[in-house]
Design a protein around this ligand. Structure first.
Ligand code: SF4
Length: 427
């Protein structure tokens, strides 16, 4: 059966949650309101994100905030970062402890580990981390020398995440990855000998990536005995957003067939648990508290340039440009960021987004929603993206593939229901 057709109605595939969330109606928020909210609300689970925007080598497909490796810049960056982390702790009443800390990028392992360790020590000193706090470092395999691994194994990090994307040497070369398959395997094996919780990212729909190559990647992952993986479709940022040529349908079908191979393998062969539409974790090794917490609405304290934090309906986005970020040395994270609030329908949005994020939503909750939103769920059921089972609505496999479109559709239904309620007009 065709995955994209008039019954489904999504004309253009949205491939990232960030793109779907761009439709959220955000109003400018006063910093004092944001701080008041944090200090008075019975906050949910809180996590802490630190962005390290440096990479030794840039990959062709990547649009994240990243900069060339430059020692002076790194030194200045960490000075600002450390000061803002300390000042933020003084501003906020941390009544609840942090359940997960995540150093992402960029490629945090590209900077000397002494910077990372010092920042983590500062976090430990000024914030209360839960005793079993998950502390993740994103790494590039090309940075994992024996010396680096020695220091990493002595650090407080207990979860390592590699952006492998694919093990295939030729495809790795084509996306700007310099490390060959054998070296990737050798280094991840060494890291796995020191850490139980080793997670990787894979990308599907890369150019020349056949079903056989995807299958090889999955089998390789199984041999490495990892704790979990994220799977992402390649996002081609060079394409025009609204291009809806006839080929799109075929492309989506091919893309879906690759997604299906991965999703089926992780479910049936590895018996991994689906955390979100894109993240899976072994039922016996490690955990992914950070990714699960973020998807289920945790508060995020975010630091560093190009990062985004959130507290309930409030959002803040720091500057992308590292030089501008370094100029914010003497002001707080919030003063250096743009601060926003989601409108009065936030409560519905917050709960309803569990469907495209953590894959199910309680039927009793849906019953209380406005009619226009109930109709949207009915529409998603009628086109086999959502399935009612027992006391909840669940995304089907096809629904998980179209998850960002579903998020976007729900956002339109919640906030913009006067404009468009028909998924066939979506995008
Ligand atoms: S290492 Fe990661 S952040 Fe850096 S360019 Fe490659 S994908 Fe992007």
């Amino acid at each position: 059966m065709a995955i994209l057709n008039k019954d489904i109605g999504f004309q253009t595939r949205i491939r990232s949650r960030a793109e779907a969330l761009r439709k959220l109606p955000l109003q400018h928020a006063q910093i004092k309101d944001l701080i008041h909210f944090i200090n008075t609300s019975k906050s949910k689970n809180s996590v802490l994100y630190v962005h390290i925007p440096f990479c030794k080598k840039k990959c062709s497909f990547c649009v994240y905030a990243k900069n060339d490796y430059n020692e002076d810049m790194i030194k200045s960056y960490f000075q600002v970062l450390e000061r803002q982390i300390i000042e933020h702790a003084k501003l906020i009443n941390f009544s609840k402890s942090i359940s997960a800390v995540y150093f992402g990028g960029g490629s945090p392992s590209s900077v000397p580990i002494s910077y990372i360790e010092k920042t983590l020590n500062i976090i430990n000193k000024h914030y209360t981390l839960q005793t079993n706090c998950e502390i993740t470092l994103e790494c590039s395999v090309c940075d994992i020398s024996d010396d680096y691994l020695y220091h990493l194994s002595k650090s407080q990090f207990n979860r390592i995440s590699f952006g492998v994307q694919t093990f295939d040497t030729e495809i790795r070369k084509s996306i700007g990855r310099i490390t060959a398959k054998e070296t990737v395997i050798e280094r991840i094996t060494k890291v796995r000998n020191h850490f139980d919780n080793v997670f990787i990212d894979l990308i599907y729909n890369l150019e020349n990536q056949t079903k056989r190559i995807i299958q090889d990647d999955l089998e390789q992952m199984k041999k490495l005995d990892l704790s979990g993986c994220s799977i992402y479709p390649l996002i081609d940022f060079s394409k025009k957003k609204d291009s809806t040529s006839n080929n799109d349908s075929e492309n989506h079908e091919n893309e879906f067939s690759l997604y299906k191979i991965i999703d089926d393998y992780l479910d049936s062969e590895l018996n991994w648990k689906r955390l979100t539409a894109h993240q899976y974790n072994s039922k016996t090794i490690g955990s992914s508290s950070y990714v699960y917490s973020v998807s289920s609405g945790a508060n995020i304290h975010a630091f560093g340039c190009g990062s985004g934090g959130k507290y309930g309906p409030f959002r803040y986005f720091t500057v992308n440009d590292i030089e501008k970020y370094i100029e914010t040395a003497n002001i707080s994270v919030f003063e250096a960021a743009k601060t926003f609030k989601i409108s009065e329908n936030f409560t519905i949005f917050d709960t309803l987004l569990e469907l495209p994020e953590i894959l199910s939503i309680n039927k009793d909750y849906v019953k209380q929603l406005p009619q226009n939103i109930i109709k949207c769920i009915d529409k998603l059921i009628s086109i086999d993206l959502v399935s009612p089972k027992r006391n909840a609505y669940h995304l089907t496999q096809k629904g998980r593939f179209w998850t960002a479109n579903i998020a976007s559709f729900l956002i339109e239904s919640i906030f913009l229901h006067n404009q468009s309620q028909n998924p066939s007009q979506h995008e």
